[in-house]
Design a protein around this ligand. Structure first.
Ligand code: 5GP
Length: 170
């Protein structure tokens, strides 16, 4: 990601976070709200927005979280258009969870972590900010607390370096 694009992205994310605080329900809605094909992860899937990718196959895509709550924070998204976990068709759960586990193993190995925290949020009330289903893979080290969710934008160089470590973990 170029520096200009990074600055534009950071401004966009700050604005989105601000709106969420102002009107926590503005981006949310009921559990059966419609899937928005223009959400940011759908754009990443279509290649319309950049991401530091670590894994991709016909079922899932994994890439670095732009505001990591831990060093090496990785997101795994299914390729089907599912807004949250309850939206995912039953027959897609198995294949997707296999990818979540596969990526989690590579994140732990590549980052040399002592453990992992795996999180998944549903709707605004559940802490969800981006409305395309995703699992958070957070590498953990003994004595190192988890950072803030959607706290600070990471430098692209750092995201690229961690993505490389994780790719080497497969
Ligand atoms: P959730 O919806 O589970 O609360 O979290 C969404 C996650 O997506 C956050 O951890 C946030 O940092 C991350 N995120 C938001 N926008 C982008 C983006 O444009 N690119 C990437 N790589 N991550 C994003």
């Amino acid at each position: 990601m170029s520096r200009v694009r990074w600055i534009v992205e950071r401004a966009r994310l700050r604005a989105a976070r601000y709106m969420m605080r102002l009107r926590p329900d503005s981006a949310g809605g009921p559990m059966n709200a419609a899937y928005d094909p223009n959400n940011i992860f759908a754009k990443i899937l279509r290649g319309e927005m950049p991401a530091h990718k670590v894994y991709e196959d016909d079922v899932a895509l994994a890439f670095m979280d732009i505001m990591p709550a831990a060093e090496g924070h990785t997101l795994v998204i299914p390729k089907v258009a599912a807004r949250n976990f309850l939206d995912l068709p039953a027959d897609a759960i198995g294949p997707y969870m296999q990818r979540v586990q596969k990526v989690a193993a590579a994140v732990k190995k590549g980052m040399g972590a002592d453990g992992l925290t795996i999180q998944q949020f549903n709707e605004s009330a559940g802490g969800q900010v981006v409305f395309h289903l995703h699992f958070h893979i957070l590498p953990r080290w003994e004595g190192v607390p988890l950072g803030r969710h959607t706290g600070v934008m990471e430098k692209p160089e750092k995201l690229a370096a961690n993505a490389e470590k994780i790719r080497a973990g497969f």
